[in-house]
Design a protein around this ligand. Sequence first.
Ligand code: PHE
Length: 340
Amino acid sequence: MEKFEELKLKAKAEIEKIASMKTINDVKAKFIGKNGEITALLRGMKDIPAEMRAAFGKRVNDLKEEVSAFFAKKETELKAAESADKFKKEAVDITLPAKTLQVGGLHPLNIVKNKIIDAFTGMGFEIFEGPEIDTDYYCFQALNIPKDHPARDMQDTFYINDNVLLRPHTSPGQVRTMENKKPPIKILSPGRVYRADDDASHSPMFHQIEGLVVDKGVSLCDLKGLLDEFVKIIFDKDTKTRFRPSYFPFTEPSVEVDVTCCKCGGKGCNLCKGTGWIEILGAGVVNKKVLEMSGIDSNVYSGLAFGLGIERITMIKYGISDIRTLFENNVAFLQQFNRR
Ligand code: PHE
């Protein structure tokens, strides 16, 4: 009896000391394994007198059960401790701000260009893109600006040679269209243009959109209706237009178009320099000479044309004071236009 009790206490003490699942099996083997101390007692049964054998066997089995219970308890404790430890090690701090994905966005000039194109394609215009390097004929002569005409001074042009140049406006798109298409014509010609000019409101490369309508009975009234509708789409529905007489060799009459200031609504502020109006584009009724030079009968057809600067509209719309910020590719600046 004493030996049983001793063995039980010994096993209990050793089991209590076990610190990991790795060693628990060694200790199990030592006591209740095939060659364990308790198992050895069972093997010794044959030396026990027959009348005591049953009682002895029961004792050994009871002991074995008790010790097994110690192991089971220890095992549960160890497993709990081990998983607690694992959870602690693998813990993720869910309060940390996640890494945000940098998503690209459209450049403000493309945002505005797309809006302008949407506005006009909604009114039935098609897109035609002409070349950025063009000839003197398309950029000037066919637009009623002969060589040595003083109107050439209106733009400081980059010449490649006497005859080839970087187009200073998108107006050659009018000529190229009229040469290739019979009226009715209703086109929009967006693209880059170049002028030797560089300050806060001028860039040597900028973007224009040319518009041209040629059909029977087209007049200045159509131009006014078209542009009234356009400025309401681009700025807001209360925006009004004002036509001022102007001069372009390729339109007659020619106008400069102002809109009510989008910042003050026409009351007068620093953006519109107190006038309430901001100039946004040049336009007019296509000069009969220009129609004729491109092979369109000016007795049958008439046209209207307009040319606008995308940078200018973008700057007015978003209150940008220096054109150069549009070309510096400063991400902090550009991100402001793509807020989700
Ligand atoms: N081409 C002119 C410019 O660049 C704008 C314009 C286009 C004016 C069409 C009238 C008609 O300033």
